[in-house]
Ligand binder design. Structure first.
Ligand code: AMP
Length: 485
């Protein structure tokens, strides 16, 4: 199938041509025709399959084919996404595919000042991409009216449920016109997703691609058995290999990610972390640097990385194995994109062997065991020395971090110590507070804060139903980003 077979409006076809897309991906070939015909769609697909265009192109086609005046504070198309990065990415895709249309796209998400978003919505837009919590804030403030939404997309629905957005989704869908086209995309079809689909979709056309299997097959995967304390020495060695062009290192926790960044810095390797404790400007800067190729190593937690489209990753390192085997598939899906080859290396400590077994069962293959480097003992000794001689790599004292930040203008990069300081753990959160207030707030910045902890991800044992104030009050507590967006 070619894009011309889809008979998309001319400006869209031109934008696709300019982007160099030769043919629709399989999810696009399956989803676009029924969506163009006005059917609801239930799509099973992960990021990397081209699913954004699968819903964006038919939506844009409808906007082009049936132009209408914008109405103040209203939108014709609404896309809900779990994280701010994914929302920004989707909005950028709409802008790219709608480049030759007179299109107004807005994106709203939490953790940044709301005023600019209110102003963006005031004249009305064609497409609004939003994380659910911030959208409700805007609705409550009277800055956004959902009464004229013609098309709705729930993207990465499984992650939205994992993040506990179910109540927000219910509230939002309750505000939408009954007469609308709805599309739901999810990487998995868990029973909760099926229920949601039953509730919000009318006789949907089901489309699915199986990226997990194909992705898994395309990635050269291996596992190195190594003790936990010696992992860093191995990681630094592996990252130093010339074939490692760009890589994502996965850790299970936010603090773990920060620790890896600091310890790599002690080895002279510049890395940046993305996770919920990082401010929006920090995350944006890290991702922009990574996409531009100026930053080669990104250290990420699963939640932060999910759904991000980062095209050129040569290597994925599982510094800590995920305890949910499907997460492994998501992680390694960061490499071997769009026909490229990819390498995924798992660092498995003895206590992680059960996780490895589960992963191998899920992907129905065994990871190839790779030996430790010949001079590994020396490398371990070298790492121990480097970390010992650089106390920051172990744990930066607060005043040092603050000093480095002021000395370095808050930016990373002039000297490795400054990187360590400036990118070190935020000056807060005594050890053991992961389940406390900070975690709730931080988690909120990852997507939105959750009131319904019982719904999904445990998020550090939050008590269920804790509202943390009303809508406005709840997010008032969040750190505001000076940069906003
Ligand atoms: P997505 O799964 O929507 O995040 O898309 C993954 C990547 O594939 C993005 O970088 C898209 O720009 C790209 N892409 C989407 N559709 C096509 C296509 N038909 N041909 C080539 N690249 C595409």
């Amino acid at each position: 199938m070619n894009f011309s077979d889809l008979a998309l409006a001319e400006p869209i076809a031109r934008a696709l041509n300019e982007k160099g897309y030769a043919a629709p991906s399989s999810i696009q070939a399956a989803a676009i025709p029924p969506a163009l015909a006005g059917h609801d769609v239930l799509g099973l697909a992960q990021t990397g399959t081209g699913k954004t265009a699968a819903f964006a192109l038919p939506m844009l086609h409808r906007l082009a084919a049936d132009p209408k005046h914008r109405i103040k504070m209203n939108t014709r198309a609404l896309v809900l996404a779990p994280t701010r990065e994914l929302a920004s990415q989707i909005a950028a895709s709409f802008q790219a595919y709608g480049k030759f249309m007179r299109l107004s796209v807005a994106v709203v998400f939490g953790g940044v000042p709301i005023g600019r978003q209110e102003r963006a919505l005031a004249p009305g837009v064609d497409v609004l991409v939003a994380t659910p919590g911030r959208l409700l804030d805007l609705v409550m403030k009277g800055a956004c009216d959902l009464g004229r939404v013609e098309m709705l997309v729930l993207d990465e629905c499984d992650q939205m449920l994992d993040l506990g957005f179910i109540h927000d989704l219910k509230r939002i869908t309750g505000l939408l016109p009954k007469q609308r086209q709805s599309m739901l995309f999810s990487a998995t079809l868990a029973p909760a997703i099926e229920q949601l689909a039953e509730r919000y979709l009318k006789s949907p056309v089901k489309v699915a691609v199986q990226p997990a299997a194909t992705t898994v097959e395309k990635v050269v995967q291996s596992v190195v058995h190594v003790s936990q304390p010696e992992k860093l020495a191995l990681l630094a060695h592996l990252l130093d290999q010339p074939e490692v062009a760009s890589s994502i290192v996965f850790t299970r926790t936010k603090h773990g990610a920060d620790r890896v960044v600091r310890q790599l810095a002690a080895h002279g390797l510049v890395a940046e972390a993305i996770h919920g404790n990082r401010s929006q400007p920090q995350r944006t800067r890290a991702l922009d640097g990574f996409r531009a190729g100026t930053l080669k190593i990104l250290v990420a937690t699963d939640i932060a990385a999910r759904g991000l489209d980062i095209p050129a990753v040569s290597h994925v390192f599982n510094f800590e194995l995920p305890n949910v085997p499907e997460q492994y598939v998501h992680r390694i899906g960061r490499t071997a994109r769009a026909g490229r080859a990819g390498v995924a290396i798992a660092l498995c400590a003895p206590d992680e062997r059960p996780f490895l077994k589960d992963i191998e069962k899920t992907i129905r293959m065994a990871l190839t065991p790779a030996p430790l480097p010949a001079n590994f003992r020396d490398l371990v000794g070298k790492t121990a020395k480097l970390i010992k001689s650089n106390p920051v790599a172990a744990e930066p004292p607060r005043e040092e971090r603050d000093f480095a930040r002021s000395r370095n203008g808050g930016r990373p990069g002039r000297d490795p110590r400054a990187v360590v300081h400036a990118e070190g753990r935020p000056a807060r959160a005594p050890a053991g507070r992961e389940g406390g207030r900070e975690e709730r707030r931080d988690f909120g910045r990852e997507g939105q804060p959750r009131r319904d902890a019982g719904q999904g991800r445990p998020a550090g044992g939050r008590p269920p139903g804790r509202p943390g104030g009303g809508f406005a009050g709840r997010r008032e507590g969040q750190r505001r980003s000076p940069a906003g967006r």
